[in-house]
Design a binder for this molecule. Structure first.
Ligand code: CS2
Length: 398
């Protein structure tokens, strides 16, 4: 039996990695929550099994999770579990990597500083560096987060931590494949919990996609329908700029128009036009082989967004804009004329200003900087300061 230790057991991991791995058979998963005990407590009460409510297909019983460890309760138990893993994976969202403007590990971040000082560890990066310093068997470390070159970025962050902490790692034993992950997975509602008599049920769409770089050390599950390729870049650029880019555009413009869900925003003629054009602008600068896929992919995305049963909340997508906007919009803007992407960026800026003026606290790791920027007296200065919060200055000024 192979073993995956997975950091970050939110709905996405339970709908994607765990679903694929359950289908593969022969592997189990130990989860790690880096902060709260909520998911562990909920899952433990039901023997770590849960229902995956696959829209249009039905309820799937997922029963490959053996245990969930809560890192702050006992970091040494997490490190012990990591020694038994063939694969260590993570879906800790963009902010869980603690990267700075340059895409490198932010060594001044307080959580990273705490790990460097030898307490904990309490971050994914700290756990990986410390584990790898004693690892003697091959290991694949797999990022399942939305980020360009997610595996390479994770490796660079761990390297930077190890250098700073003066930890020696045998890099020949470990690989960090890049991957593109896709499955729209909204937050669970009370209605769904009641319907399935399962407090930990996860709603998801029928569509799922996973493309992983052929760069494994040691065994891997025989995941069905997963593409193992030599270069993930074209797939990930298509998905991050078209799906996630359109998602963010719909979220900010949609919330400003008074919508609550993705299916409502995509039914609004102005916003639909914005999303369609944004996808076409993003698609036009994709690598050549991907460009032929753009019209069909764009149409398929619209249909996924139209799905009313998913009830995907726009505010869920809107959170952490400072982390998401750069990789979703910046390269398309940089490549030349992209008026719809520019409109989407404006929508983010306006959203930040409106929310701040209305006294609502933004759900963003850089909320304090954003609030300060949004309150600047002249609108022009406010906008420049906000662009700075998403580290977009380099793209806008070039
Ligand atoms: C969304 C993503 O919340 C967001 O930012 O754009 O979670 C999106 O649903 C997934 O990447 C789809 O694979």
């Amino acid at each position: 039996m192979g073993r995956i230790v997975h950091f970050g057991l939110g709905n996405f991991a339970r709908a994607h990695l765990l679903d694929y791995t359950a289908d593969a058979g022969g592997w189990d998963v130990v989860g790690v929550s880096l902060r709260s005990d909520k998911i562990r407590d909920g899952l433990r009460a039901q023997g770590f099994a849960y229902g995956l409510a696959v829209q249009g297909v039905g309820l799937k019983h997922i029963d490959i999770l053996r245990e969930v460890l809560v890192a702050p309760e006992d970091p040494s138990a997490v490190l012990a579990a990591m020694t038994r893993a063939d694969i260590i994976s993570a879906s800790v969202t963009e902010k869980g990597y603690h990267l700075g403007a340059d895409g490198l590990l932010d060594l001044s971040n307080s959580s990273i500083q705490a790990d460097l000082s030898g307490t904990g560890p309490n971050t994914l990066i700290g756990f990986l560096a410390i584990h790898l310093s004693t690892r003697q068997t091959p290991l694949t470390v797999m990022s399942c987060d939305n980020r360009v070159e997610n595996g390479s970025v994770l490796k660079a962050a761990v390297q930077s931590f190890a250098e700073s902490a003066q930890i020696a790692i045998n890099w020949a034993l470990v690989s960090f494949p890049n991957a593109m992950v896709d499955r729209i997975t909204p937050a669970t509602t009370d209605e769904l919990r009641t319907k399935h008599s399962d407090p930990m049920v996860v709603p998801t769409e029928a569509f799922r996609e996973w493309v992983i770089e052929d760069n494994f050390k040691g065994p891997r599950p025989n995941w069905p329908d997963v593409q193992i390729v030599s270069d993930v870049a074209p797939h990930e650029l298509r998905k991050l700029r078209m799906l996630n880019g359109a998602h963010s555009a719909l979220a900010y413009a949609g919330l400003l128009h008074g919508h609550k869900f993705v299916h409502q925003a995509i039914a609004d003629p102005d916003l639909r036009k914005l999303a369609v054009q944004l996808m076409s602008e993003a698609g036009a600068i994709l690598p050549k082989n991907e460009r032929v896929l753009v019209p069909a992919y764009s149409q398929a995305l619209i249909e996924r967004f139209e799905n009313p049963e998913l009830a995907h909340r726009l505010d869920q997508i809107a959170m952490d804009g400072s982390q998401k906007v750069p990789y979703r919009f910046a390269q398309t803007l940089r490549a030349g004329s992209a008026p719809s992407v520019a409109t989407a960026l404006d929508a983010w800026l306006e959203f930040c200003i409106c929310e701040t003026q209305a006294g609502r606290r933004l759900n963003d790791t850089r909320v304090d900087d954003i609030v300060q920027a949004a309150r600047t007296s002249s609108p022009k200065t406010a906008i420049l300061a906000l662009i700075n919060c998403a580290d977009l200055v380099q793209f806008i000024s070039e």
